[in-house]
Write a protein that binds this ligand. Sequence first.
Ligand code: GDP
Ligand code: MG
Length: 491
Amino acid sequence: MSTSLVDRVGAVVDRAAERAPSAELSQELRALRARLDGPLRLAIAGRVKAGKSTLLNALVGENLAPTDAGECTRVVTWYSYGTAPRVLLHPLDGPPVDRPFRRDEGSLIIDLGGRQPEQIDHLEVRWPTRRLQGLTLVDTPGIASISTEVSARTHQALTGDVGQVAVADAVLYLLRHAHASDMNFMEAFRDRQVTEGTPVNTVGALSRADEIGSCRLDSMTVAARVAQRYAEDPRVRRLCPTVVPVNGLLGHAAATLRESEFADLAAIARAPKDEVARLLLTADRLGRSEIPEDPGPAQREHLLDRFGLFGVRVAVQLIGSGQVTNASELADALRRRSGLQELRSLLTVQFTERSRLLRAQSVLAGLRTVLQGTDWPEAADLLGEVERLVSSSHELEELHLLGELRTGAIDLPEARAAALERLFGGHGTGPAARLGVADAPSTDLRQEAVAQLDSWHRVARHPLTTRQLHVLCQSAVRSLETMLDGDLAGP
Ligand SMILES: Nc1nc2c(ncn2[C@@H]2O[C@H](COP(=O)(O)OP(=O)(O)O)[C@@H](O)[C@H]2O)c(=O)[nH]1
Ligand SMILES: [Mg+2]
């Protein structure tokens, strides 16, 4: 896709690194350069206890990130692909060091070697799993954390403090309720992007969705409505245009379901109907009731921890009604109800497909930050080059306009705005998605593209077309021409 842009960005950073007046600066620039070819860095952000670490585990399909309390939850932790398990501690002062770790029943337990979270820049967990290939997930302690230092560390990781380069290329933001600090945080992330004002780098998830409808069986439907309302709220929309409900706890349980858990759930489902109903009335009863003896209170408490009250209710209903008959069918059914698949597709369309572009954008932002922070005479020339690169890139412009359209910053009739959003890659970057038609042979797609090209030319020529729309028309024409010259080029 964005070969030319990525190459050009790479060339500017290489040149800057070669000419840098100090070894330190040169090294910083080379590290930045490496990001261009590295995996996309997706940070999971949100308030403490929003369910970030749980969702990260659900996305990886393994129990890696520690949840709830513990000192490791207070450190920014990167989970990236590695051929063998390895944990590196990056202190604030000094080079990274390998740290021992172990894994018992639960998540990874990392030995920090007596270092306080405040002295650690971040931890890096490398893990051999397919899910982390091409995607690094960054777990953050949360804004408005207990300690201001930890809050600040989160901020810095995501937005880059003044003079610092941001760690994340994109953010998955977990919302539980629209707290004021949620808004401030997203503002900060947005401000530091190259194409200022674009929220395409942030996708929102309404987390712990099962709790929204009091854990009733229709909780996810209720949560979907709430998520929709959130996404329509101008304050939320301006910052993260899409919000989907997700139940990370259930997604994680589904990905790691054990036979013994299925057996316990099935035993509950077999009990007399009124007994089951009484047992599942509240979390307290489920965890503490004397009966049944099998599964006893300890096992039921375990089920609650793993599935939540909603998850247990759903699982018992699925087994009791005969809709699922074994652990793997149950896992599939629970995964479907967790909202994890919808979240995954959203992440694919919004981030993975334009991974190269987002990385190029981050590297440009980083390069700007580094250059602005030096008194090196050549920095001004290089900065000029960065600005030219940004303003001449149609791909970055698409990203920028996409953001403007989504947030309603551009005043257009809904149908026209929707067509442009699609065309600029808002629902996927392939030709069919951009054209808004079903996938078809490229001759058919080419015909459609030519027709749309013609129609945007006509809008552009119309005497009543505003200047703003005229600019959009030109971009639309450019997008279509790029498609016709590239993916849809004739024989
Ligand atoms: N019911 C329910 N509980 C959740 C969900 N996600 C997380 N939790 C629980 O919320 C608590 C905090 O989760 P954690 O992932 O540590 O939140 P973090 O501080 O944002 O990383 C834990 O006890 C989780 O088990 C969810 O989707 N549903
Ligand atoms: Mg956490």
